[in-house]
Design a binder for this molecule. Sequence first.
Ligand code: CDP
Length: 806
Amino acid sequence: MNAQTPTSAERAEKLEGMGCKRKRVEDVRFVQGKGNYVDDLKLPGMLYGDFTRSPHAHARVKKIDTAKAAAVPGVVAVITAETLKTVNLAWMPTLAGDVQMVLADGKVLFQNQEVAFVIAEDRYAAADAAELVEVEYEALPCNVDPLKAMADGAPVIREDTKDKKEGAHGPRKHYNHIFNWQAGDKAAADAAFAKADVTIKEMIAYPRVHPCPLETCQCVASFDKIRGELTVWGTFQAPHVIRTVGSLISKIPEHKIHVIAPDIGGGFGNKVGAYPGYICAIVASIVTGRPVKWVEDRIENLSTTAFARDFWMDTELACTKDGKILGLRCYTIADHGAFDACANATKWPAGLFSIISGSYDIPAAHCSVDGVYTNKAPGGVAYRCSFRVTEAAYAIERAMDIMAQKLGMDPAEFRMKNLIRREQFPYTSVFGWVYDSGDYQTALNKAMETIGYKKLREEQKKKQDAFKRGETRELMGIGVGFFTEIVGAGPSRNCDILGIAMFDSAEIRIHPTGTGICRLGTKSQGQGHETTYAQIIATELGLAADNIMVEEGNTDTAPYGLGTYGSRSTPVSGAATAMACRKIKAKAQMIAAYMLEVHDDDLEWDVDRFRVKGNPERFKTMTELAWAAYHEVPPGMEPGLEAVDYYDPPNFTFPFGAYIGVVDVDVDTGSTKVRRFYALDDCGTRINPMIIEGQIHGGLTEAFGIAMGQEIHYDADGNVTSASLMDYFLPTAVETPHWETDWTTTPSPHHPIGAKGVGESPNVGGVPCFSNAVNDAFKFLGSTHIQMPHDNWRVWTAADKLGLHA
Ligand code: CDP
């Protein structure tokens, strides 16, 4: 070979394909403040909407007087439920098969519920007028405690459903009951508990938290009366679903609805569903004939849009005395607020909660979840997790620590003993999930060695002795966490949303000059999709990533897809992208064979070209083949080089990780410092290691926020007491600890490129690890379980209860 001819490896490096730490292409606009968000959109004649909201958590609405509001200069219209009834939109369907008031209809059911929508020439006039809508309320007793929702005489939350014996997911036990959902084998689990040497039982609560994206939810609706077409720009994680549901609700034909999601400033599940703001902006645009913008403020976002968790998990483990797990039981009350607007695959009202057996080889298990109504905001989204996986991971990982404590075993040793072994994969869990691949012991061993686990335990022992002698007021906690995620919904045979099967799609067009565009049904909210999908194409097609443009978020141009949440982009659309590339490559191979006058089978692929087997000097590069596709195709072949792939995954993917954190707790102030946090993640084939690291840093920071301070808290009267960033903990760079990240690589056997999702793993694995660390600090004093969040006040209170301030 000529010395100047680049080697295959050199050519591959130039492509910046998979495995390359390619810089994020979207950052060129983001770091210059040139992103294009919904609120950047300014249309001629645009109006602005704002809500009048309920101060009460539960009240009858006796009268609404809009006269004073309507008289404010600049106000164009004021909409109430009565207005919406004229277009049959006073209530809207939810993703969970329930219905939800768009504007208060007879009652308000949670604080800050939408009561009236004011439309004005500018945002300030709308806000001023919203204050002047006069509402006469009759306060009703309220309930914000899910554990009391099904008590005798509990306030009736939903008068519209109170007499219904059947809900969307089967029989109802009580007028505030939404569903019961069960998985596993109760008899087998009970039998395991009957023969166990050691059992534990703990109410492990995962408080209500909120995804709190920096950009709040917002939209601009513009109805063109002449064409009968509606365009909605919005912060949508799933634009096609919004279009379909929008068409079903509004009866506007789907092809006349254009949904566009421009740049999104964080979603984390909060931007999956539909909110009253969207409906009101659309109706307002239809009524006024002008574009209408609706933008939430922070308090509205935190107190009314989709929350997460609020799972109260009574969790039990049964073991032999030498530490082999025999059984698991969990009974959960899930607080869904006033309307069941939980985002889940239709047939799983508690999502993927039955992943609760976690990373362990558990022979018998059963779980049962009751969903209930309370006077809280509706929602129930996967805040950077996959449909209730975080709750499940938290329950099992806390239970593992509590059991290890009772057995007198080290928590890492107890986990090691029960982890699913490498040779057991593909592993069918006790709940029927088929875990695709894993090498758990290697991961945990690597984590323990890297952090110096043994030494840390020795140091902890010395500190505990010093504490007992009164020489220090600081406790040291070591948190161990091992998690298995389940990401990449479909498969469509199991997963649908309102009957729309869950698959995803990619359409790739290669232009004559060898550049191209890839359009997808997913939507990045900061995950770097424009960078990474192009890397998959670069490796698959041998075209430089820089020559591929990635476009998402436009329902007119992208093939139908179910959107981005639950770390499904890589497992599903990443696979669709690879499969579309393979269709293109197959056509390119035929063109190459024709041009080189050989049989297709006489060609082999080499990074960016097809070459003749045994004669590598004879080749055609993909760039040459792209050109040929538009002017030199074999007789009978269609010109062009493009493909679309709808990928219905055969299974979920199961990323996993081993996390270890070290905290120092001051028992007199309750303040907890994270000394070290080590996170080893395995997401199969790694597309962009730098982006993965960024995803893990972000997810760990959210996990830290959740474990150490986040809670959407309600007082007994139903007032939200944490609806601003003064009260809701959103960690900044100041509070955020240093992260140590690491990885192993165990490819998924069923994914075309072996990749699993990763975006949510650190949230799923991080929260239990932090909580285990704080709990671990107090264990030697006899404490079993301290509830999250572990903010200073609660940690101080826990210390107080242990008599440490006497
Ligand atoms: O669906 P979402 O984008 O939130 O999650 P994801 O599929 O886990 O991907 C998050 C980001 O990490 C994307 O930019 C992926 O391309 C990237 N990633 C990767 O580089 N390698 C993987 N094995 C998984 C994700």
